[in-house]
Structure formats: C-alpha cells, structure tokens
Design a protein around this ligand. Structure first.
Ligand code: PMP
Length: 423
C-alpha cells in the first residue's frame, strides 16, 4: 500500500510548518540499525537519531523484545492508585544512575511536560515552604525547553515562539546566552549577570532553569562547565532551585552520562526524555530531591498537581528499562568519543566555506553554524540524493546520530555535509 502523500499534504500537520504551503515530507516505511528506508526502497543513513532519541538505532532486538514481552502483559493501565513492575524498575534504574541527592521520580509523557512538571514542582515547593513570593524563573537566552506554554515562557524570548505568544506567557528573567565556549579558557565573571540579578531579586526567584553545557534548539551552542558550576553555587548562595533540562543531553550524548557531570554538580530538579526510551515511545521523567518533594507535599494542594492519562505507560517503561539497561552496559563510552573524533576530523574542512560561520563538535553532536538561514527543502533534497537523513533548521546543519553508527556511515554523512557547503 503506497503512502497517500496528497492526503498527508492536505490534512496532516507536521512540525513547525504551514498547512497551506508545507515543507515536503519523505515517506519512510521502515527503519533498521542506523538507516531509514523510504517507500521506494532507498536507504538513508540517519544523522538525527530521530531528534536525539534513537541512540541505539532502530529495531534493536533488545528493545523490540522488551516491548513484545510487555505487550503480552498489558499495554497500559492508569497510574492513579495503581503501580506496576516496569515503573518501579525504571525509577530504581534512574535513581541508580543519577546523583544520590535525587530521590523522587515523576514519569511524564513528553519532554515539554517534564519541563512543565519541573516548573510546577519549583513553584509548589516554595509555596509549601511558606514563601509565596518566589514565583519567578530565570533562564538563558538561546535556551529551548519545549513547546507547551510554561516551557515556551522560558525559551529564548526572541528567537522562538515565545515572541509570538508573549502576551499570554508569564514574565520571567533571561540571562545573556553564555559566550564562554566549552573548549576555550573560561573567562572570569561569566556569571556576573546572574549574580547581579540574584542580588536584586532573589526573594522573588523560584528557580534557575537551563540546559546544562549544550543549548540545543536555541542554537546548538556548547558552553563551559565552569559556568554551570558557578550557576549551581549562586543558586545555593541565594536560595534558588536549579532545574537542569537534560532532555537532549542525557544518556551519553555529550560524552558524559549526563552533562551536569562535566561540572560535577547535581540539580535540585532534573528533566530527562528523548533517549530515555531509546526513541521507541514518548516518555520523559522529572527527578527531584527529598527537600523539593517535602516542600511540594507541604503545599496547600498536599501533593504534586499533575497526573496525565498515560503517566508511566507500561510499554514506554518497559522499553525505557531496556534502553537504560543498554546504556548501563556502557558501549556508549567507546562509541561517543569515537564519533566525536571522526566528526571533528571530517567536518573540519567545512570551515573553509564562506557560508560557514563555525564548525563545532561535542560528543556525538556535530554542528555547522551558517552565516545565513538555510533553504531546508533544497538542502534536504541534496541530502536525500546523497543517501543521508539530516534535518537542518534556521542557520544550523547538524548531526546527532545513533551511537551505533559505523565509521563508514559517519563518513557518508560528513561527505554529504561537505558537499552541501563546499560544493
Ligand atoms: N527540552 C529540551 C532541551 C529539548 O531539546 C526538547 C525537545 N526538543 C524539549 C525540552 C521538549 O521535549 P518534547 O519535544 O519531547 O516535548
């Protein structure tokens, strides 16, 4: 049965595109390993891991089996007044691999919801501690935290949907985007704007929310671990919670299991998602400390006011258990540095292109920042023609492939990127 592309174009929304003049879509009928298979049989090397999530590749036998086995038990059951083995196992696993200070887990149904829950936790925490003044958040320019309303309110206020909905969003505070690059010497006073803001306003500030080390969709920027360490120290000094959004960075992507480890810090609230289920099903998690949980539980509501229908979906938990198990087996510790070295070597030539502003690589992330916005449809046609799947946006052409990618497949991705910018 062929895919009805005319129906798709007429009736189905795709992410961030028009319903009248949508960007083209490519019909994918299957995927295996590190390849997507188009309807016409063409195979594309996947440079995206389906937006950071499919770290073990597609149709991984361990993940497939986990889902099949869980299906024979139950696909879903409500989580209100009920628990189940996959949820308990998963939360044990998550607590085992995250800092010891994080002790409580909320299983959310997507990354944006995990961020909403984190914000709710922070606000309810201060209520429960009897401090109802602390209702404002701080985040970073160039940050991205999701598409729902509370999440949009902490995304970059200019380069995001934030500006479109500004009138409807709560007003928070934005620090300048960190300019201290990951691999340059750390400039002193990089966190001076945070100190200044906290000195003036800490009594109103509930939390600082940021993406540790890698700012993803706000610009694919990598900042210095000392910046993150100083943010942690300032949050402690001024009695403000730190929320780390590791939805994109978690589970090895940056070369550390979690990006916070690069600064040897622990957040008070941690958001995980994307690779949590190995890219199989939608699920995310918000972890917090005993202290945060205590405050939330003392708040007027007496508990955390969130409970989605598909909370802790057993299928998602089962595949997450299998995926976290594969992460714990540790192959990523060799795979990610090898990907990093190869991306560095094979993307470096792009720097010679007058179209390219900067080439950046960290862990299994390779970025070409262009001077101008790219023509997404045209570039994608080029990439598909070359047998690769790369999805650029704005001024960025970037790779975050599955960790299981082979050196030959990385070379093909890099070759096609070089051709795109060098001709
Ligand atoms: N936070 C970050 C850092 C993200 O990269 C994303 C997803 N791109 C989100 C939150 C939102 O996750 P989701 O798309 O699953 O809602």
């Amino acid at each position: 049965m062929s895919i009805d592309l005319a129906f798709d174009r007429e009736h189905i929304w795709h992410p961030y595109t028009s319903m009248i003049d949508p960007l083209p879509v490519y019909p994918v009928v299957a995927a295996e390993g590190c390849e997507l298979i188009l309807e016409n049989g063409q195979r594309l090397v996947d440079g995206t891991a389906s937006w950071w999530s499919a770290v073990h590749g597609y149709r991984h036998p361990v993940l497939d089996q986990a889902l099949t086995e869980q299906l024979s038990q139950m696909a879903h059951v409500m989580f209100g007044g009920i628990t189940h083995p996959q949820a308990v196992t998963l939360c044990k696993q998550l607590l085992a691999i995250t800092p010891a200070s994080l002790t409580k887990v909320f299983l959310a149904d997507s990354g944006s919801i995990a961020v909403e829950v984190a914000i709710k936790m922070a606000l309810q925490y201060w209520q429960g501690m009897g401090n109802t003044d602390k209702t404002e958040l701080i985040s970073l320019r160039k940050g991205y935290h999701g598409d729902t309303f509370a999440a949009m309110a902490v995304c970059d206020p200019v380069d995001s949907m934030h500006s479109m909905f500004a009138r409807l969003l709560p007003k928070h505070h934005f620090l300048p985007a960190p300019t201290c690059s990951y691999d340059q010497e750390y400039p002193a006073h990089s966190t001076a704007p945070l100190r200044q803001l906290l000195e003036q306003r800490h009594s109103k500030i509930a939390a600082l929310l940021l993406e540790p080390i890698v700012q993803g969709y706000g610009g694919m920027r990598f900042y210095h671990p000392s910046y993150l360490a100083e943010c942690r120290a300032l949050c402690d000094e001024f009695d403000v919670l730190l929320i780390a959004d590791e939805i994109a960075t978690g589970f090895g992507r940056t070369g550390s299991l979690f990006a916070c480890e690069k600064a040897t810090i622990a957040a008070d609230i941690l958001c995980l998602g994307k690779a949590l289920t190995g890219g199989y099903l939608t699920m995310a998690a918000t972890l917090c400390t005993d202290q945060v949980a205590l405050g939330v539980s003392q708040s007027e509501a007496g508990g955390l006011m969130h409970g989605p229908t598909f909370m802790a979906n057993p299928l998602a938990c089962a595949v997450a258990n299998a995926s976290v198990g594969l992460i714990q087996a540790g192959h990523w510790q060799q795979q990610v540095p090898a990907i990093e070295a190869q991306l560095r070597a094979e993307l470096a030539a792009c720097q010679a292109s007058p179209l390219v502003k900067e080439v950046r690589v960290l862990g299994a992330i390779g970025v070409l920042e262009m001077h101008q916005s790219v023509d997404v449809a045209k570039l994608q046609q080029h990439f598909v023609g070359d047998g690769v799947w790369i999805r650029p946006f704005n001024r960025l052409i970037y790779l975050m492939p599955p960790f299981i990618i082979s050196p030959e497949q990385i070379s093909r991705l890099c070759w096609s990127m070089r051709r795109a910018v060098l001709g």
